[in-house]
Design a protein around this ligand. Structure first.
Ligand code: ZN
Ligand code: ZN
Length: 132
């Protein structure tokens, strides 16, 4: 069981599944949404994701018409995103995970959009845009 929470602790969730991949997204939208060089994201099954607390704190912002970025309205932590045409999958922001997790399947996407001040220095696969 994986547990996570936002910065203020108002939003808490559990995920009863595995983390099968970690995508490090360098796109400009994710950089702004996280206020950082990239977003670390993993797809999780919506039916195994359970909100324990803070449903009333969650707000969404749509940087694209078909995708909601869901965050805590009290502290601003990004929690997950979900696409309208794929509600069974949420893309969890791994910075909010409290349980130690391990995953070897890590890759970089949208490296062409990365912050000029950030060097991707690891050996994980890199893709200029989306993962093919
Ligand atoms: Zn919060
Ligand atoms: Zn992105």
């Amino acid at each position: 069981m994986i547990e996570g929470s936002c910065l203020c602790g108002g939003v808490r969730y559990q995920y009863d599944g595995e983390i099968g991949e970690i995508s490090i997204c360098h796109c400009a939208q994710c950089r702004k949404a996280q206020g950082s060089a990239f977003a670390a994201v993993s797809p999780v099954a919506s039916d195994k994701f359970r909100l324990i607390a803070g449903a009333e704190l969650l707000r969404e912002y749509r940087s694209s018409a078909d995708k909601a970025r869901v965050f805590c309205s009290r502290c601003g932590s990004p929690i997950y995103s979900v696409k309208d045409d794929l509600p069974e999958v949420r893309r969890l922001r791994l910075g909010t995970v409290d349980t130690p997790i391990a995953c070897d399947n890590v890759f970089h996407i949208f490296v062409d959009s990365k912050a000029s001040w950030w060097d991707v220095g690891d050996a994980h696969p890199r893709f200029a845009g989306r993962k093919p």
